[in-house]
Ligand binder design. Structure first.
Ligand SMILES: [Zn+2]
Length: 365
């Protein structure tokens, strides 16, 4: 059997090209074939993506899109109704596949189906109960997800309308229905419906970072962990049993999540002094996201408590207000500081600690 087919929407895939390149060099024949196939697909969409640098967002949403979303997000939480729709892709490429579990139905016994269903519910509750947001779009969009997407597919993605999860090949990856991955992919949807951040360079790395921030927050809230008890890992447990690594990314210590002959070394920086200038990975969107990721982690360490409380409220408010799809790290840091002022006041301790966190990763604001 041939390896998994390439991600047909690599814009919001969880697995970045730098991992694929090492696999293409060092893997056995089937791994090389899989990795080269995915990389080739990435190349073929590059020009298309350059033309539609929306990253799946609503074009020209800007202030209007953000305003509409915000207004809807402040509706009474009693009007929020979760509508999960889980499909079985049956190892095929077509989406969404066969419906296997809809809202309120009992577990199916298929762990992939049931984890996708439960995880979507956890993300919905985070949005509704902590941010008063009715689903990903603020307007109750159904949560569609396909599991068993393609054969031995080593990736997961949000395609602008739904989530899709491969099963992994069992060697490099063993599943993608892990809660931080589910939260990560679904929050790409929240970013999209909040006005979007173009998936290139720093704005793209912010898109990735916001997905990581809320993906880890999803896990922490589910486990009722405070910021000191959390592991701050994205994709914990999805690597195969013989891969030397703990996760895809670490917000606590970017660059340390894995080091393996088959998938390479985690390349994430944690400070602007080691920002990675590259044309691959859309300008390093999965790489330089380590910098804003680490700023969020540091801020959580300063203020303590739960990540979805003070830090999460500030990040969410900034996302609703930024109105700049091409935002740089500096623009985003300034927006979070404005949000801290809105919520806690000028010169507040929460504001001063946030400014310190940004400065510690080399972003002077
Ligand atoms: Zn992503």
């Amino acid at each position: 059997m041939c390896g998994p087919a390439p991600c047909h929407n690599p814009v919001n895939c969880i697995i970045p090209p730098h991992m694929l390149r090492v696999m293409a060099l060092r893997g056995d024949t089937s791994v090389q074939k899989m990795a080269k196939s995915m990389l080739k697909q990435n190349e073929s969409v590059r020009e298309e993506r350059a033309e539609h640098t929306s990253g799946g967002m609503v074009p020209n949403a800007g202030r209007q899109g953000a305003f509409v979303t915000s207004a809807l997000a402040f509706m009474d939480t009693r009007t929020h109704t979760c509508d999960r729709q889980i499909y079985d892709g049956d190892n095929r490429a077509s989406l969404p596949g066969t419906p296997v579990r809809t809202e309120g139905q009992d577990p199916t016994g298929d762990p992939e189906v049931d984890r996708a269903y439960d995880g979507a519910g956890v993300v919905f509750d985070l949005c509704s109960q902590e941010f008063n947001r009715n689903s990903l779009d603020g307007n109750g969009i159904p949560l569609k997800a396909t599991v068993h997407h393609r054969s031995k597919y080593n990736n997961a993605f949000w395609n602008g309308e739904q989530m899709a999860y491969g099963d992994g090949d069992g060697e490099i990856f063993q599943t993608f229905t892990e809660l931080s991955v589910i939260g990560h992919e679904m929050f790409h949807g929240v970013v999209q419906f909040s006005g979007g951040l173009i998936y290139q360079g720093q704005s793209g790395a912010l898109n990735e970072s916001i997905a990581d921030v809320f993906g880890t927050m999803t896990v922490q809230r589910h486990l009722d962990q405070d910021v000191y008890g959390a592991d701050w890992l994205v994709g914990k447990g999805i690597l195969g049993p013989n891969i030397n690594g703990v996760a895809l990314r670490s917000m606590k210590a970017p660059g340390t999540a894995y080091s393996d002959s088959l998938i390479g070394q985690d390349p994430q920086p944690f400070h602007m002094d080691v920002y990675v200038d590259t044309t691959s990975d859309n300008g390093g969107v999965h790489i330089n996201s380590g910098i804003p990721n680490h700023a969020f982690y540091l801020y959580c360490m300063y203020v303590g408590g739960k990540s979805w409380e003070k830090p999460g409220q500030i990040w969410y408010r900034a996302l609703q207000q930024i109105n700049n799809p091409m935002a740089t790290f500096g623009d985003w840091a300034a927006e979070t500081l404005d949000a801290a002022i809105d919520i806690h006041g000028t010169g507040s301790w929460e504001y001063l600690m946030l400014r310190r966190a940004w400065r510690l990763v080399g972003i002077a604001v």
